[in-house]
Write a protein that binds this ligand. Structure first.
Ligand code: TMP
Length: 254
């Protein structure tokens, strides 16, 4: 890891001060956690794959006009991003019932939803990132009505675009989580997509078999976690430059 000043260390990433003001370096770790940190492990090679997958998806979204914090990938595990003021609301978009949605509402996993459903979660680990409504968000000033409007519109466009992109490689986009931030330039502010987009924060199922190709393999002890992430990268045509040799043999370490 580099000698730059560390700003923050999370479960899957470390943030360092970037080379220019207003930039940050995101370092992708192999560490994984689930169930609000009650389950922890290491998925060897995950950081390299997520760096590459997130770069690919953020770049594609940029190409259709979605503003993101992504600037460029620096190396196997690091990417340069713009420093943003993170909005403390995670947006979850769901196309198919799974995870907490199935548990909360008793709707069987795999049920195709009548329309895409967008949820707001208040980013607060102690509280377990609770589901909140627009009323909660605006009453407590976590985001303005305009921020929420921007986030909702971007989230739905991202969902349409990524659903099609994954469908093209025989993958079903079941659900995913987005984070947004406020980017200031002079006195102007715009809301941009931040964080990462990878199998850590998307549910991806093989279109034909419904086999899970995302972090649920880790959450549910299904095995083959790194292989699944590698398969997502392979189908997207973006395995790291020197191929799978960059990634040591997959191994789940508890
Ligand atoms: P959920 O069904 O557990 O609420 O998760 C919905 C989606 O959000 C799923 O793709 C996983 C992702 N997610 C995160 O990326 N981070 C989180 O902390 C949680 C709870 C979910």
């Amino acid at each position: 890891m580099s000698r730059r000043r560390q700003i923050y260390e999370g479960k899957a990433k470390v943030l360092f001060e970037g080379p220019e003001p207003g930039t940050i370096v995101q370092y992708f770790k192999d560490d994984a956690s689930a169930f609000n940190d009650r389950k922890k492990g290491t998925i060897v090679g995950k950081g390299v794959l997520n760096n590459r997958i997130s770069e690919f998806l953020m770049t594609k979204l940029g190409e259709i006009g979605i503003a993101t914090h992504f600037v460029r990938r620096l190396n196997m595990r690091e990417q340069l991003v713009r420093a943003v003021e993170i909005i403390p609301i995670a947006i979850v978009v769901r196309n198919v019932a799974a995870g907490s949605f199935s548990q909360r509402l008793g709707i069987a996993e795999g049920t195709v939803l009548p329309r895409s459903i967008v949820e707001y979660h208040y980013k607060n680990k102690e509280l377990g990132d609770p589901l909140v409504s627009e009323e909660h968000i605006t009453a407590f000033g976590w985001a303005s009505t305009q921020d929420l409007d921007d986030m909702m519109q971007m989230a739905l466009r991202i969902n349409d675009f990524l659903s099609g992109l994954f469908l093209g490689v025989q993958i079903k986009l079941v659900d995913f989580k987005l984070e947004f931030g406020r980017l200031w330039s002079n006195d102007e502010m715009r809301v941009v997509l931040a964080d990462e987009l990878s199998p850590d924060n998307c549910r991806l199922w093989d279109l034909r078999t419904n086999e899970k190709m995302d972090k649920d393999r880790f959450r549910q002890d299904l095995g083959g976690v790194a292989e699944a992430y590698q398969e997502v990268a392979r189908r997207l045509g973006i395995l790291p430059e020197s191929g799978p040799a960059d990634i040591p043999d997959p191994r789940l370490v508890r």
